[in-house]
Design a protein around this ligand. Structure first.
Ligand code: ZN
Length: 96
């Protein structure tokens, strides 16, 4: 593990994968890890919920996610749908 940025020599922040100064990855391994994590996030339920949560139009984003869900296997769709409803319900309860 590198202790300094290979680009600008800035001291590494242990938990960060990229340099805070020049935003380059500290190593190819760090880049690989970040890309894998992004890929996992994209396909995970948490990643989908995050996408809905960060969208400007949450209702539209949710509808789009539900359309995408229909392409999945039926059992998985049902389970994911229930989890999303529970998540939204939990959010509403928390906000109120
Ligand atoms: Zn740097």
């Amino acid at each position: 593990m590198m202790n300094h940025c290979p680009q600008c020599g800035q001291k590494r922040i242990a938990e960060e994968l990229t340099c805070p100064k020049c935003h380059c990855f500290y190593s190819q391994l760090d880049q690989l890890l970040a890309e894998q994590q992004a890929e996992i996030d994209k396909h995970s339920l948490a990643g989908h919920l995050k996408a809905i949560w960060q969208a400007n139009n949450k209702q539209q984003a949710l509808q789009q996610e539900l359309i995408n869900l229909k392409k999945n296997t039926p059992n998985r769709t049902k389970l994911t749908f229930i989890v999303i409803i529970l998540f939204i319900f939990a959010l509403m309860v928390t906000v109120i």
